[in-house]
Design a protein around this ligand. Structure first.
Ligand SMILES: [Zn+2]
Length: 126
């Protein structure tokens, strides 16, 4: 039970569903959802409504805290690399993963591990 986590929606406990009603007989209350895994907002919210509630309440503070965009970013050849892959239906042949430069159309091969590593990039600058 220890790896259950709470939905971070600030109003989760105010929505009426049977699975939110918890507690001993006669003392049941509507409670914040707890689950071992959630599918919204990087696993922090039980549903889209709770994710939106959080953003409505804290979104502007979060943007200001982490850094508001104050000038236009520019797409250049140096930061135009995107990961993509070609699907292979033949079970003996793996999918072909690659970087694609969306400006020059150059392709560079990637391993599947590099493709899946969300921090792996060859982009320079923003
Ligand atoms: Zn929730």
């Amino acid at each position: 039970m220890s790896d259950l986590k709470f939905c971070q929606g600030p109003a989760c406990h105010t929505y009426f569903t049977q699975d939110r009603v918890k507690g001993p007989q006669g003392h049941k209350t509507n409670q914040t959802r707890r689950r071992s895994s959630m599918y919204y907002g990087n696993g922090n919210f039980c549903d889209m409504r709770c994710q939106n509630d959080w953003f409505d309440k804290y979104g502007t503070q979060a943007v200001n805290y982490f850094g508001r965009t104050t000038e236009a970013k520019h797409l250049t050849e140096d930061n135009a690399w995107r990961k993509d892959y070609e699907w292979r239906s033949d079970i003996d042949e793996p999918h072909r993963h690659y970087f694609l430069n969306t400006i020059t159309k150059e392709r560079r091969p990637l391993t599947e591990a590099q493709y899946n590593d969300t921090s792996y990039t060859i982009n320079t600058g923003e």
